[in-house]
Design a protein around this ligand. Structure first.
Ligand SMILES: [Zn+2]
Length: 307
């Protein structure tokens, strides 16, 4: 096999892989490019030392090497986000399966024990090995009508009934996602206007501490290739709050409302509605702080929703 032959082999292998991007492709390409680089370096050293390379091979030329490195860079750039989002989906699925294991244990014990309490439900969660693979924290809500095992990153699994005072946002988000999908290439403004008509001119409401806020949808219609599901979220604000500002924002991934805090870190502040996508939103509500280090967003647990 001469040098042109072995180089062509590598190119053929890489191009065969182009059809199915994935992290496997990235790893194989890195190994292949490593092979090319090592071979070229050995050949160069041989040349510099004035020796002919073993069995007369010349290795790869610099041009060939650069082309391979460029192709590998492109493939890795394409593969890594695909791999990451696949991992995220896998973790979300495992998380849901783990929540359901805990939920089933709680429901089973509840059926057998008339004096079952919230403490019992929490004890079952504590004893369980079930964890969120993405590092989310599980919590349990136990009421007469339903049991909910919640992950603060991925949302809740509900059993034994529905918590109707807190499910309006779930169906509202789904409605708006479907609406966006049915009207692709329409701007967020136009979609909101058309959608409001569908809701008879009245947004649903969120009630926190006796105050009522209107729940509205937002669609990030620019600058991202992500799916509709990753570009729709809700916010809830008072009429007096202007522009794209809001009192509350909703994370559809875990079904939780977050309240904007004041500079002192207390409830009652105003935050932003617009984010790049749902991952950006989650990142900001988890991590953003005021200049004094107080968190900008706080989870709201005591609220009601109504249509
Ligand atoms: Zn989770």
């Amino acid at each position: 096999m001469n040098s042109t032959g072995s180089c062509a082999d590598v190119f053929v292998l890489i191009f065969l892989k182009v059809g199915k991007f994935g992290y496997e492709t990235a790893i194989e390409c890195v190994i292949l490019s490593g092979y090319v680089v090592v071979k070229t370096v050995i050949a160069e050293i041989g040349r510099m030392m004035g020796h002919k390379t073993i069995k007369g091979r010349k290795g790869f030329t610099l041009a060939e090497l650069l082309i391979v490195v460029a192709i590998v860079a492109v493939l890795v750039a394409i593969s890594v986000p695909i791999f990451t989002s696949r991992m995220d989906r896998t973790k979300a699925t495992v998380c849901e399966a783990n929540r359901k294991i805990v939920l089933r244990q709680i429901l089973l014990e509840q059926m057998e024990d008339d004096g079952f309490t919230r403490d019992d439900a929490e004890a079952i969660l504590e004893k369980s090995d079930a964890r969120c693979p993405a590092g989310g924290t599980f919590s349990v809500e136990w009421e007469e009508a339903y049991v909910k095992v919640n992950c603060d990153r991925h949302g809740a699994s509900i059993g034994g009934g529905e918590d109707t005072a807190k499910t309006v946002s779930v169906s509202f988000t789904k409605d708006y996602q479907d609406f966006v999908k049915a009207n692709p290439k329409t701007s967020n403004d136009n979609l909101r206007k058309a959608f409001l008509k569908k809701y008879d001119g009245k947004w649903p409401t969120l009630t926190v501490s006796g105050e009522t806020y209107s729940i509205q949808p937002y669609y990030q219609d620019r600058g991202t290739s992500k799916q509709v599901e990753d570009r729709v979220w809700l916010f809830a604000k008072k009429e007096s709050v202007s522009g794209w500002n809001t009192n509350y924002i909703y994370n559809p991934k875990n079904g939780q409302w977050y309240g904007a805090t004041t500079w002192k870190g207390e409830p009652g502040g105003v935050g932003r509605v617009i984010y790049e996508d749902i991952d950006d939103l989650i990142d900001k509500i988890d991590n953003e702080t005021h200049s004094n280090g107080k968190k900008k967003w706080a989870v709201v647990t005591d609220y009601q929703e109504s249509k």
